[in-house]
Structures are given as C-alpha cells and as structure tokens.
Design a protein around this ligand. Structure first.
Ligand code: GDP
Length: 203
C-alpha cells in the first residue's frame, strides 16, 4: 500500500496533541529510542521522505512530532489518515540520569500512559552496543502498563550474521522480551517485515 506522509505538528504540551487520531479512528504508532539509535533514519525510510530530520529544526527535538499517513497519492490521496506516527524525543543525552522521565519533558509520560489512540510503541534498540539500562526501563514501563510494544534492533547491517544473532540474544535476555526485529535503513533489511507489522495494527 502506498502512503503519502504529511507533517502535522510538533507538540510541546498535552493540549497540542492532534485530535485526528480520534476523529478518524486512526491508530497511532509511537517511535522511541535513545538519541542516535537511528530513529530519524528509520522514520524517514518508512515515510519515504526526509520529514523526520528534525535535529536541525530548533524546538522539534524536545517535542512529539506527529505525521499523518494518507493512503494513496496525488488526487487519489484519502483525506482520512490511515495511521499516525508519533516521533518521541530521544533519551539518553544526560550521562547520569536517574530515569528516562527525569530527562523528558513532563508531558511525555502521560502521553505514553494515557493516549487512547496509541496502538503500538516501537522501541528502538541499537544492535551494535550492549543492552542499555534506560532501554530496559522503557520496555518495563510498557510491560507494566500492559501497552502493546514492539522492540526493533537498529543498524543490523553493521555486524555480521553470527555477531548479530548473539547481540539479539543478549538484548532479548537483558530486556526480557521474546522477540526483537532487526532492521537496517542502509540495506533495508527488515523494513518490509516492520511495515507489515505496522499495517497489522490498522486491521
Ligand atoms: P536518531 O538520533 O535516533 O534520530 O538517529 P539518526 O537516524 O540520526 O542516526 C544516527 C546515526 O546512525 C547516523 O549517523 C546514521 O547515518 C546512522 N544510522 C542510522 N540508521 C542506520 C543503519 O541502519 N545502518 C547504519 N550503518 N547506520 C545507521
């Protein structure tokens, strides 16, 4: 299926959260991860555009950036969005931080805990580095809240098959999850599989 992405808004408080998700019953998919995990690259790859390249846009990086995905293109583009992507601020900037929430603006946790339209949280972890405690903390949060999440392992092209398999096994063990989907935006490995997982939340 072909989608036309549209940047909606940057939310810096709860009053900004878009109503379209509810109005159109469009599932929202949140993308989360440490800074530099490859989140913008992955969102850009999924959207087929450079819309998520936010680092050079002041103000956007501490905000939740919302994108509407409309089925079709050109004149055939549907007005009703089929899906909404929410790009959350990266965490892990501060070397010493008691928790992710200590670092994040205060509206982020309520968003994750209370947003009715949040259909799936995509938690990104880097396959090239050892398991990170703040990633575990985030995954634990979704488990405790009984919210649907999917753990995706980024930059899978940087390591070879056997090393990647070992890294995925270590990440699964440390984060207490049964599955991690490896992806690469360089080789596009895993991106089709990820798309089909995202589309399945629309059904
Ligand atoms: P963000 O801070 O999480 O948004 O991360 P970026 O998308 O800006 O990526 C951080 C760095 O990792 C950049 O130098 C990217 O080129 C690199 N990167 C992102 N995805 C991949 C990938 O799949 N493979 C490789 N080899 N590098 C990647």
């Amino acid at each position: 299926m072909r989608f036309t992405p549209e940047f909606m808004l940057s939310a810096t408080n709860e009053a900004h959260f878009p109503v379209e998700a509810k109005t159109y019953n469009a599932p929202e998919i949140a993308f989360l991860g440490r800074s530099n995990v490859g989140k913008s690259s992955l969102i850009n790859a999924l959207l087929g555009s450079k819309q998520a390249h936010t680092s050079s846009t002041p103000g956007r990086t501490r905000a939740i950036n919302f994108f509407a995905l409309h089925e079709g293109s050109g004149d055939k583009k549907k007005i009703r969005p089929s899906m909404i992507f929410a790009d959350l601020p990266g965490y892990g900037y501060a070397k010493i931080s008691r928790s992710i929430s200590a670092e994040w603006p205060s509206f982020i946790e309520p968003y994750l805990a209370e947003r009715e339209t949040l259909a799936l949280a995509v938690c990104l972890v880097d396959t090239n580095i050892p398991p990170q405690p703040n990633d575990s903390q985030l995954i634990e949060f979704f488990k405790a809240m009984l919210k649907p999440y999917l753990v995706v392992g980024t930059k899978s092209d940087r390591i070879s098959g056997n090393v990647l398999a070992k890294s995925l096994a270590a990440l699964k063990k440390a984060h207490g999850v049964s599955e991690i989907l490896p992806v690469s935006t360089k080789t596009e490995a895993g991106t089709k599989e990820l798309w089909s997982r995202l589309q399945s939340v629309m059904e």
